[in-house]
Design a binder for this molecule. Structure first.
Ligand code: SF4
Length: 145
């Protein structure tokens, strides 16, 4: 993000509004995995009316670091239906917090995102305080697994 004592480049907020393109639901380079925490798996399983264990066995794989991620044989997320998320209400925290992820908040990474995500530069400015809150939420969820 930024060095201690140095203001982040997004200190004045960032203009962003989801345009519903579904493009963030397609794997590209380092944006290839949708990680799912236990809370995510429970929510998704409930939406699909499955026991959590069955959801995990059917739809998830485990990474070397022990985190689960959605197993999508195609570059598109398996829950993407056209440009719509078919599990929108129960979508994982990673999807809820897009594009305000810790690794995205470097200016260079943000420029790369702007190339494929049409929401960048649209809508109202998301204030820095809200971005910080989202980043914390994302970090907490990752730590809890
Ligand atoms: S779960 Fe939904 S929002 Fe998340 S990547 Fe898949 S289709 Fe997109």
């Amino acid at each position: 993000m930024s060095r201690p004592g140095r203001k982040a480049w997004w200190q004045e907020g960032i203009r962003f509004e989801c345009q519903g393109s579904g493009r963030c639901c397609v794997s590209r380079d380092s944006y290839g995995y949708v990680y799912v925490t236990l809370a995510d798996r429970r929510r998704l399983a409930a939406q699909l009316q499955l026991p959590t264990g069955q959801f995990t066995r059917r739809y998830c794989l485990k990474a070397d670091d022990g985190q689960f991620y959605l197993d999508s044989p195609e570059p598109e997320c398996r829950f993407l239906d056209g440009t719509q998320c078919s599990v929108y209400e129960a979508r994982p925290i990673q999807c809820r917090t897009w594009p305000f992820w810790p690794e995205n908040m470097k200016a260079k990474a943000w420029t790369a995102i702007a190339e494929f995500c049409p929401g960048v530069g649209q809508g109202d400015i998301v204030p820095a305080e809200q971005i910080v809150k989202i980043l914390r939420e994302q970090r907490r969820a990752t730590e809890e697994g």
